[in-house]
Design a protein around this ligand. Structure first.
Ligand code: NAD
Ligand code: GLY
Length: 360
């Protein structure tokens, strides 16, 4: 097992990464306030892992209830969030009961938002079961639901007390979902870790083949990058925005296509190619750099072209981005492979041209 720490003072918490962790009560118990927990999962992950986690907790004397949500990004909304509140109230869960999110980023984001708001905040644990959730969404305390007009627009910063990433759970993940997670892994290389980008160029095939050593290395390195950024800028006043490389374009794709049509990681990959193209037009990246980034995404089976929504529609959707300030769009762009910047002065024509150039 590898353990990292998210250094947030008295709200610091560990990230445990390794095989078989769902069966380790001694890792879970320190994060529980009382011996009572509610597991939030969905109807795909529940049948696979709920009983395993329940048995671990009950075997250690914890009283456990559970709620299974409908699966999918299309259900990341108020109606589904309310199912969690129904279960919390019907089960008479207390403010000290711990909410454990067992699943991918959708379950983690919704479970976290419910934990942040139920009785103004209850203890929260992330048990991520997708690559994307293990390398990104379970760490850092961003919780949210979608709105029809914009992705993740309603939410809260609310840190978990523990992240428990059992790498064995990735064995049951679809190849398409694994690839979507690889998009966020590649992101860390692009924004702040050029050595990791080169490692990924050399080892991507091992990662996609789910070789345990390659997976463990990539998850730990990704979480280390994320934990450093979150510790430095928990509520995204500056550096944390860089974790959103490709996301302004990508969220426009997800919302514009209808939630669930494009996976989040797929939209991030195509969106990152738009950001890379714009960075080239600003004279920062070379065409060779853009091609090099595209090759890595393509090897992962990720899209490198966005859908042809029309440039006006892209810009309208992008105007709802959370990084918009005083009406001005700010984009994460690349100065080089391994160095991202937040830029609010890209000429509108260059933004539009980059979108058009990367759509098919
Ligand atoms: P997801 O939660 O929809 O999971 C993908 C699919 O895999 C789902 O069908 C899920 O039920 C299934 N699944 C999960 N674990 C499985 C397993 N072990 N075996 C088999 N199937 C399994 O999607 P995701 O890619 O994990 O997360 C995407 C979401 O995360 C998006 O909503 C995105 O906005 C959010 N996100 C949040 C943050 C953050 O910082 N909070 C960061 C990145 C992404
Ligand atoms: N996924 C972006 C962030 O956590 O800030």
């Amino acid at each position: 097992m590898r353990t990292l720490n998210v250094a947030l003072g008295d709200r610091a918490y560990p990230i445990h990464i390794g095989p078989g962790l769902l069966a380790r009560p001694e890792l879970l118990l320190p994060a529980l306030k009382t011996p009572r927990a509610i597991i939030v999962t969905n109807d795909r992950v529940g049948p696979l892992y709920l009983e395993r986690l329940r048995a671990t907790l009950e075997g250690a004397g914890v009283s456990v209830s559970a709620v299974e949500l409908p699966d999918g990004e299309a259900h990341k909304n108020w109606q589904t969030l309310n199912l969690i509140f129904d279960a919390l109230l019907e089960g008479r869960c207390e403010r000290s009961t711990t909410l454990i999110a067992l699943g991918g980023g959708v379950v983690g984001d919704m479970g976290g938002f419910a934990a942040a708001t139920y009785q103004r905040g209850m203890p929260f644990i992330q048990v991520p079961t997708t690559l994307l959730a293990q390398v990104d969404s379970s760490v850092g305390g961003k919780t949210a639901i979608n709105h029809p007009l914009g992705k993740n627009m309603i939410g809260a910063f609310y840190q978990p007390r523990l992240v428990l990433a059992d790498t064995v759970t990735l064995d049951t993940l679809d190849a398409r979902e694994l690839a979507a997670g690889a998009a966020e892994v590649i992101k860390y290389g692009l924004i702040r870790d050029p050595e990791f980008f080169v490692w990924l160029e050399d080892n991507l095939d091992r990662l996609l083949a789910r070789e345990p050593e390659a997976l463990a290395f990539a998850i730990e390195r990704s979480c280390r990058n994320k934990a450093e950024v979150v510790a430095a800028d928990e509520t995204e006043q500056g550096e944390r925005a860089l974790l959103n490389l490709g996301h302004t374009f990508g969220h426009a794709i997800e919302t514009g296509m209808g939630y669930g049509e494009w996976l989040h990681g797929e939209a991030v990959a195509a969106g990152t190619m738009m950001a890379a193209e714009l960075s080239r037009r600003l004279g920062w990246l070379t065409q060779q750099d853009v091609d090099r980034i595209g090759r890595l995404f393509e090897r992962a089976g990720l899209p490198v072209w966005g859908p042809a929504l029309g440039v006006e529609r892209y810009l309208e959707l992008m105007s709802h981005d959370k990084k918009v300030e005083a009406g001005r769009l700010r984009l994460v762009l690349l100065k080089s492979i391994g160095r991202a910047v937040l830029h609010g002065d890209a000429p509108a024509e260059a933004v539009a041209a980059a979108i058009v150039a990367r759509c098919r």
